[in-house]
Design a protein around this ligand. Structure first.
Ligand SMILES: NC(=O)C1=CN([C@@H]2O[C@H](COP(=O)(O)OP(=O)(O)OC[C@H]3O[C@@H](n4cnc5c(N)ncnc54)[C@H](OP(=O)(O)O)[C@@H]3O)[C@@H](O)[C@H]2O)C=CC1
Ligand SMILES: O=C(O)C(=O)[C@@H](O)[C@H](O)C(=O)CO
Length: 277
């Protein structure tokens, strides 16, 4: 089984260098996919209240023959639950759905700056961590401006910022800010979901040179940038393929070749305007 490196976050908690995205994993098949992923070595599972699959993720964790203490689950608070009291209630709902005592990583899913309640939400999450109900708190889709406001108004920076990140959208400036601030980057849609990323000639050629698949090369790119990719796959064989990425190391120039594919966001999810409630 693949030996997955881990990172120590700014709160002292540890996070594996790759996790399983679960968006779209639903029902009995979704439970089986989560269970299979854990059997293959995944120890970090990413879900959200809005994925409507927290029950499946929690059941897959329970069915897996791995101690709960070895597994880390991430979930996210939706925009409709922003606000201090609303966050406390939303957390209770997610915790019940998952069937866990403690959530390992709790994220604000989208900042919704127009609603302007993400600082109140953050204060509630700080308290949830103080109460021992959450191990680590973080955000998703936050910009440098949003992160600075959390620091200015609460003095607490997130442990993680989960953002759209792939060779088409390498987010260099944001990643540099994360690195200088002690925030760990997580990559959502790390494979570019259903885009043509995996058929880019430079990716196909370089993958062939290393004797790996294009998917494995892209996921290795993420890890060498210091970001935690959370690729989603419903298929056990592809889950294993996605985990088997630590046997080779690209040069800095080769990392730049992939980053030079930059073209911008793939789905228009601008944190300043995108509102998911
Ligand atoms: N915080 C946020 O706002 C967001 C968070 N996310 C998180 O990020 C996760 C990953 O992003 P997602 O948008 O799902 O897309 P990904 O970039 O992870 O791509 C997933 C797609 O790639 C396919 N795939 C996976 N592995 C392979 C492989 N080895 N070979 C070929 N195809 C493969 C999957 O098909 P198959 O399943 O058939 O293998 C699926 O269609 C989500 O599941 C979610 O947890 C995503 C979007 C936004
Ligand atoms: O997956 C998420 O966290 C989301 O925010 C989704 O709504 C996302 O936009 C999506 O379509 C999943 O890939």
């Amino acid at each position: 089984m693949t030996d997955i490196p881990t990172y120590t976050l700014n709160d002292g908690e540890n996070l594996p260098a790759i996790g399983l995205g679960t968006y779209g994993l639903r029902g009995d098949a979704g439970i089986a996919s989560v269970e299979a992923a854990i059997a293959s070595g995944y120890r970090l599972l990413d879900t959200a209240l809005n994925y409507e699959n927290e029950r499946e993720v929690g059941e897959g964790m329970r069915r897996a023959e791995v101690d709960r203490g070895e597994l880390l689950v991430t979930t996210k608070i939706p925009g409709r639950h922003h606000g201090y009291d609303e966050t406390m209630a939303s957390f209770a709902e997610s915790r019940q759905n998952l069937g866990v005592d403690v959530v390992n990583l709790y994220l604000i899913h989208w900042p919704l700056p127009r609603v302007d309640k993400y600082v109140d939400t953050w204060r509630a999450m700080i308290d949830l961590r103080e109460q021992g109900l959450v191990r680590s708190i973080g955000v998703s889709n936050f910009t440098i401006e949003h992160l600075r406001r959390l620091d200015d108004e609460t003095g607490v920076l997130p442990s993680v910022n989960q953002v759209e990140l792939h060779p088409y959208f390498p987010q260099t400036q944001l990643r540099e800010f994360h690195a200088s601030s002690g925030i760990r980057t997580e990559s959502w849609s790390p494979l570019g979901k259903s885009s043509e990323l995996l058929s880019e000639p430079v990716i196909v050629d370089l993958a062939g040179a290393y004797g790996v698949t294009p998917v494995q090369l892209v996921l290795r790119w993420h890890t060498q940038l210091g970001s935690i990719p959370i690729p989603k796959s419903a298929d056990a064989e592809r889950q294993r393929e996605n985990l088997d990425i630590f046997g080779f190391t690209m040069t800095d120039d080769e990392l730049d070749v992939l980053s030079d594919l930059e073209r911008g966001r793939l789905w228009g999810g601008d944190p300043e305007t995108n509102e998911e409630f």
